[in-house]
Design a protein around this ligand. Sequence first.
Ligand SMILES: Cc1cc2nc3c(=O)[nH]c(=O)nc-3n(C[C@H](O)[C@H](O)[C@H](O)COP(=O)(O)O)c2cc1C
Length: 188
Amino acid sequence: MDHAAHYLFLIASAREPGHVGNTEWLARRAAAQLAPDAQQTWLHLSDIPLPAFVDQRHTTGTYPWPDDRVRPLLDATMACTDLVLVSPVYWYSFPSALKTYLDHWSAWMRIEGLPFKEAMARKRLHLITTSGNRAKAQPMIDSTKLCAEFLSMTFAGALWGKGGPPGAVQSDDVAIAAADRFFLPPAA
Ligand SMILES: Cc1cc2nc3c(=O)[nH]c(=O)nc-3n(C[C@H](O)[C@H](O)[C@H](O)COP(=O)(O)O)c2cc1C
Protein backbone atom coordinates (compact mmCIF):
# COMPACT_ATOMS: atom_id res chain seq x y z
CA MET A 1 0.00 0.00 0.00
CA ASP A 2 1.25 3.46 -0.87
CA HIS A 3 1.59 5.87 2.00
CA ALA A 4 1.06 9.59 1.46
CA ALA A 5 4.16 11.74 1.48
CA HIS A 6 5.20 13.29 4.77
CA TYR A 7 7.49 16.31 4.51
CA LEU A 8 9.64 17.32 7.46
CA PHE A 9 10.88 20.91 7.16
CA LEU A 10 13.86 21.62 9.42
CA ILE A 11 14.45 25.35 9.77
CA ALA A 12 18.08 26.14 10.53
CA SER A 13 18.13 29.95 10.52
CA ALA A 14 19.43 31.48 13.75
CA ARG A 15 17.15 34.51 13.52
CA GLU A 16 15.39 35.48 16.74
CA PRO A 17 12.11 33.69 17.50
CA GLY A 18 9.15 35.10 15.62
CA HIS A 19 11.23 36.51 12.75
CA VAL A 20 10.58 34.64 9.52
CA GLY A 21 13.78 34.52 7.51
CA ASN A 22 14.20 34.42 3.75
CA THR A 23 14.83 30.71 3.67
CA GLU A 24 11.70 29.83 5.63
CA TRP A 25 9.66 32.22 3.47
CA LEU A 26 10.92 30.52 0.31
CA ALA A 27 10.25 27.09 1.79
CA ARG A 28 6.68 28.02 2.72
CA ARG A 29 6.16 29.34 -0.81
CA ALA A 30 7.37 26.00 -2.22
CA ALA A 31 5.31 23.99 0.28
CA ALA A 32 2.14 25.74 -0.89
CA GLN A 33 2.35 23.56 -4.03
CA LEU A 34 2.45 20.26 -2.15
CA ALA A 35 -0.44 17.90 -2.72
CA PRO A 36 -3.25 18.43 -0.18
CA ASP A 37 -2.78 14.91 1.20
CA ALA A 38 0.94 15.43 1.78
CA GLN A 39 1.58 15.76 5.50
CA GLN A 40 3.82 18.65 6.60
CA THR A 41 5.79 18.98 9.84
CA TRP A 42 7.76 22.19 10.47
CA LEU A 43 10.43 22.31 13.19
CA HIS A 44 12.81 25.10 14.17
CA LEU A 45 16.12 23.57 15.15
CA SER A 46 16.63 26.53 17.51
CA ASP A 47 13.70 25.20 19.61
CA ILE A 48 15.44 21.88 20.23
CA PRO A 49 18.34 21.77 22.73
CA LEU A 50 20.60 19.41 20.83
CA PRO A 51 23.62 18.59 22.99
CA ALA A 52 27.09 18.75 21.49
CA PHE A 53 27.81 15.58 19.59
CA VAL A 54 30.36 13.27 21.20
CA ASP A 55 32.19 10.78 19.00
CA GLN A 56 31.86 7.44 20.80
CA ARG A 57 32.20 5.34 17.67
CA HIS A 58 35.47 3.77 18.69
CA THR A 59 34.92 3.63 22.47
CA THR A 60 31.48 2.49 23.62
CA GLY A 61 30.45 2.16 19.97
CA THR A 62 26.76 2.71 20.71
CA TYR A 63 24.57 5.59 21.86
CA PRO A 64 21.55 5.76 24.19
CA TRP A 65 18.18 6.98 22.98
CA PRO A 66 18.03 10.80 23.11
CA ASP A 67 16.22 12.48 26.01
CA ASP A 68 12.63 13.75 25.89
CA ARG A 69 13.62 17.13 24.45
CA VAL A 70 15.53 15.67 21.51
CA ARG A 71 13.49 12.52 20.95
CA PRO A 72 10.77 14.38 18.95
CA LEU A 73 13.44 15.41 16.41
CA LEU A 74 14.59 11.81 16.02
CA ASP A 75 10.99 10.59 15.78
CA ALA A 76 10.13 13.25 13.17
CA THR A 77 13.22 12.31 11.18
CA MET A 78 12.25 8.64 11.25
CA ALA A 79 8.61 9.36 10.36
CA CYS A 80 9.08 11.51 7.25
CA THR A 81 9.31 10.38 3.66
CA ASP A 82 10.89 13.68 2.59
CA LEU A 83 13.38 15.62 4.66
CA VAL A 84 13.71 19.28 3.69
CA LEU A 85 16.67 21.22 5.04
CA VAL A 86 15.56 24.86 5.22
CA SER A 87 18.95 26.36 5.69
CA PRO A 88 20.60 29.71 5.02
CA VAL A 89 24.26 29.70 4.05
CA TYR A 90 26.51 30.58 6.99
CA TRP A 91 30.19 30.83 6.08
CA TYR A 92 29.63 28.83 2.87
CA SER A 93 28.23 26.01 4.95
CA PHE A 94 25.43 24.76 7.23
CA PRO A 95 24.46 26.87 10.27
CA SER A 96 25.84 25.20 13.40
CA ALA A 97 22.44 23.92 14.61
CA LEU A 98 21.97 22.02 11.37
CA LYS A 99 25.55 20.78 11.39
CA THR A 100 25.01 19.46 14.93
CA TYR A 101 21.79 17.75 13.82
CA LEU A 102 23.71 16.05 11.00
CA ASP A 103 26.47 15.04 13.43
CA HIS A 104 23.80 13.36 15.54
CA TRP A 105 22.91 11.15 12.58
CA SER A 106 26.23 9.46 13.35
CA ALA A 107 24.91 8.70 16.86
CA TRP A 108 21.44 7.70 15.70
CA MET A 109 23.01 5.13 13.35
CA ARG A 110 24.38 3.45 16.46
CA ILE A 111 21.35 3.31 18.79
CA GLU A 112 20.67 -0.34 19.48
CA GLY A 113 17.35 -1.43 18.04
CA LEU A 114 16.91 1.66 15.84
CA PRO A 115 17.06 0.90 12.11
CA PHE A 116 18.16 4.46 11.31
CA LYS A 117 20.24 3.74 8.21
CA GLU A 118 17.58 1.51 6.71
CA ALA A 119 14.90 4.14 7.31
CA MET A 120 17.03 6.96 5.88
CA ALA A 121 17.72 4.99 2.72
CA ARG A 122 13.99 5.14 1.89
CA LYS A 123 13.78 8.96 2.16
CA ARG A 124 14.32 11.86 -0.19
CA LEU A 125 16.50 14.78 0.89
CA HIS A 126 15.76 18.33 -0.34
CA LEU A 127 17.59 21.58 0.33
CA ILE A 128 16.08 25.05 0.35
CA THR A 129 18.62 27.79 0.89
CA THR A 130 19.33 31.51 0.55
CA SER A 131 22.57 33.47 0.53
CA GLY A 132 24.17 36.58 -0.94
CA ASN A 133 24.76 34.85 -4.24
CA ARG A 134 24.32 31.40 -5.74
CA ALA A 135 28.03 30.57 -5.97
CA LYS A 136 28.39 30.92 -2.20
CA ALA A 137 25.74 28.23 -1.67
CA GLN A 138 27.50 25.65 -3.85
CA PRO A 139 29.63 24.05 -1.09
CA MET A 140 26.51 23.53 1.05
CA ILE A 141 24.57 22.12 -1.90
CA ASP A 142 27.45 19.73 -2.60
CA SER A 143 27.60 18.73 1.09
CA THR A 144 23.89 18.01 1.16
CA LYS A 145 24.14 15.81 -1.91
CA LEU A 146 27.09 13.91 -0.43
CA CYS A 147 25.24 13.44 2.91
CA ALA A 148 22.31 11.98 0.97
CA GLU A 149 24.62 9.64 -0.91
CA PHE A 150 26.31 8.52 2.30
CA LEU A 151 22.97 7.33 3.67
CA SER A 152 21.69 6.04 0.31
CA MET A 153 18.98 8.71 0.33
CA THR A 154 17.64 10.17 -2.89
CA PHE A 155 18.90 13.74 -3.31
CA ALA A 156 15.83 15.48 -4.65
CA GLY A 157 17.46 18.81 -5.48
CA ALA A 158 18.22 22.27 -4.17
CA LEU A 159 16.21 25.47 -4.34
CA TRP A 160 18.22 28.68 -3.98
CA GLY A 161 17.12 32.28 -3.56
CA LYS A 162 18.93 35.58 -3.01
CA GLY A 163 18.69 36.41 0.68
CA GLY A 164 19.81 39.23 2.92
CA PRO A 165 17.57 41.10 5.36
CA PRO A 166 14.12 39.56 5.98
CA GLY A 167 11.94 39.96 2.88
CA ALA A 168 14.86 40.16 0.44
CA VAL A 169 14.03 36.90 -1.29
CA GLN A 170 10.55 38.22 -2.06
CA SER A 171 12.23 40.34 -4.77
CA ASP A 172 13.89 37.32 -6.37
CA ASP A 173 11.40 36.49 -9.12
CA VAL A 174 13.51 33.61 -10.43
CA ALA A 175 13.59 31.99 -6.98
CA ILE A 176 9.85 32.43 -6.52
CA ALA A 177 9.13 30.80 -9.89
CA ALA A 178 11.52 27.95 -8.96
CA ALA A 179 9.80 27.59 -5.58
CA ASP A 180 6.43 27.21 -7.27
CA ARG A 181 7.84 24.27 -9.28
CA PHE A 182 10.12 22.76 -6.63
CA PHE A 183 7.76 20.15 -5.21
CA LEU A 184 5.83 19.48 -8.41
CA PRO A 185 6.42 16.09 -9.99
CA PRO A 186 8.72 16.35 -13.02
CA ALA A 187 6.78 17.07 -16.24
CA ALA A 188 6.04 13.92 -18.19
C1 LIG B 1 26.65 33.89 10.52
C2 LIG B 1 26.28 34.23 9.09
C3 LIG B 1 27.12 33.82 8.07
C4 LIG B 1 26.78 34.10 6.75
N1 LIG B 1 27.60 33.63 5.75
C5 LIG B 1 27.28 33.87 4.45
C6 LIG B 1 28.11 33.35 3.40
O1 LIG B 1 29.11 32.67 3.62
N2 LIG B 1 27.76 33.63 2.12
C7 LIG B 1 26.64 34.37 1.82
O2 LIG B 1 26.37 34.61 0.65
N3 LIG B 1 25.82 34.84 2.80
C8 LIG B 1 26.12 34.60 4.09
N4 LIG B 1 25.29 35.05 5.10
C9 LIG B 1 24.03 35.73 4.72
C10 LIG B 1 22.83 34.78 4.79
O3 LIG B 1 23.08 33.60 4.05
C11 LIG B 1 21.59 35.47 4.22
O4 LIG B 1 21.31 36.67 4.88
C12 LIG B 1 20.37 34.54 4.30
O5 LIG B 1 19.36 35.02 3.45
C13 LIG B 1 19.82 34.45 5.74
O6 LIG B 1 18.74 33.55 5.73
P1 LIG B 1 17.44 33.74 6.66
O7 LIG B 1 16.86 35.07 6.29
O8 LIG B 1 16.56 32.59 6.29
O9 LIG B 1 17.91 33.69 8.08
C14 LIG B 1 25.60 34.82 6.43
C15 LIG B 1 24.77 35.23 7.48
C16 LIG B 1 25.09 34.94 8.80
C17 LIG B 1 24.19 35.39 9.92
